[in-house]
Design a binder for this molecule. Structure first.
Ligand SMILES: Cc1cc2nc3c(=O)[nH]c(=O)nc-3n(C[C@H](O)[C@H](O)[C@H](O)COP(=O)(O)O)c2cc1C
Length: 367
């Protein structure tokens, strides 16, 4: 379906890296649902990896079922980025992604993330050195620019394509916008036009199959990268793949399907992180799934305190009972309690005139 350098992906749909969320347990669980072309690790400090720090190895923890996989590196020193790419290749990783979009001060202060959007010639030099050092594809993930006055993604994309970068994911916001505000489809389109020889993957606020199709249609991008939408609806990859191929949407998974997915995710977290740590981490993940449950106050309250797998089961059981009051005779949510449809904040599509459509809810994620 899409070719990134030497890598053939079955689907043109990518899981966007989200530090602290898209770790091995989540990736394995979401891969089982189908439709996902490529997943990426959290961002990893190239120097930490070269120094074989435990934290870096934890971040790139993977398994044979977690394929195909890209590792995402951040850093600012040519030699470190180049050698970390070689090291990742020797570990059997299929693709190397360079983080050029992270807005977090800690990453930017070290010259990583969005800082790559400032000195584009330097960025292209580092990218070229990485491309030369490995046989696997090297890709980049960027924003539209540092701020509204410096929207230079097309310039950077052109230089990166010349440097041998195999594909570019563009988050249609500037660094200044963080994770909220409108995603500019025109901005993504400009990158597609600037680097016509390589696949451009559109990213930002895609929470439905229709939004993915709209982004592809209006920008000409070849694929879509989905982050937060994968937590609101883990079936989004399968649904989008089907919608793009046939124009048809499979029926929406029900409440019990969502509970089952969430439970499998937690079980894998426990395997990887141990029960206590996994449960603590899951407290911030569970409310994301609950966005499609209908009324979820009781659920979120109970999840905030889970310490064990048994606590989780108990919380689910109590919530199931509490939720009965919102169901009709067939066990479906009464219309007044159904969650509002998910919608995107694309600048070029007028969704805001429709009060039923809500924005992405980025506020519930923390870095
Ligand atoms: C909590 C959180 C962590 C993120 N971590 C990373 C990261 O490690 N590397 C990266 O390139 N982008 C990271 N991002 C950005 C996402 O990959 C993505 O570009 C952004 O969330 C917009 O896409 P979405 O609307 O589909 O979520 C992160 C975003 C969030 C919300």
């Amino acid at each position: 379906m899409i070719r990134i350098g030497t890598l053939d992906l079955e689907f043109n749909l990518l899981l966007a890296p989200m530090a602290g969320y898209t770790n091995l347990p989540f990736r394995l669980t979401i891969r089982e649902l189908g439709g996902l072309g490529l997943a990426t690790t959290d961002l990893v400090n190239a120097r930490s990896l070269l120094e074989s720090r435990a934290k870096a190895f934890q971040l790139i923890e993977t398994s044979p079922a977690d394929r195909p996989l890209a590792i995402q590196l951040f850093g600012s020193v040519l030699e470190e980025m180049r050698d970390a790419a070689s090291m990742a290749e020797s570990m059997g990783i299929e693709s190397i992604d360079i983080n050029m979009g992270c807005p977090v001060p800690k990453v930017c202060r070290a010259g990583g993330g969005s800082v790559w959007m400032i000195d584009v010639e330097k960025s292209a030099r580092i990218a070229a050195a990485m491309v030369k050092a490995v046989h696997v594809p090297v890709t980049a993930k960027m924003r539209l620019g540092w701020d509204a006055q410096h929207v230079n993604a097309p310039d950077l994309a052109r230089l990166l394509a010349d440097a041998g970068i195999a594909a570019i994911t563009v988050h249609g916001r500037t660094r200044d916008q963080g994770f909220s505000g409108a995603v500019s489809l025109a901005g993504i389109r400009a990158v597609v036009e600037a680097a016509p020889r390589i696949p451009i993957i559109g990213n930002g606020d895609v929470t439905t199959a229709q939004a993915a199709a709209e982004m592809i249609r209006l920008t000409g991008c070849q694929g879509i990268s989905i982050g937060r939408g994968a937590f609101y609806n883990p079936w989004i990859f399968r649904e989008t793949a089907s919608y793009l191929q046939t124009g048809e949407l499979p029926s929406e998974p029900g409440f019990e399907d969502r509970i089952a997915f969430m439970s499998r995710h937690l079980d894998r977290m426990i395997e990887v992180f141990g029960e206590a740590h996994a449960c603590r981490m899951f407290r911030k993940v569970a409310p994301l799934y609950a966005r499609r449950f209908g009324p979820s106050r009781e659920f979120n309250r109970r999840m905030a305190g889970i310490q064990t797998r048994a606590d989780f089961d108990h919380a689910i059981e109590v919530y199931r009972q509490w939720r009965l009051q919102f169901l009709d005779g067939d066990g479906a949510l009464k219309p007044a309690y159904q969650p509002r449809p998910l919608a995107s904040s694309f600048a070029d599509i007028d969704t805001r005139s429709n009060p039923l459509l809500i924005s992405d809810g980025s506020e519930v994620f923390g870095q």
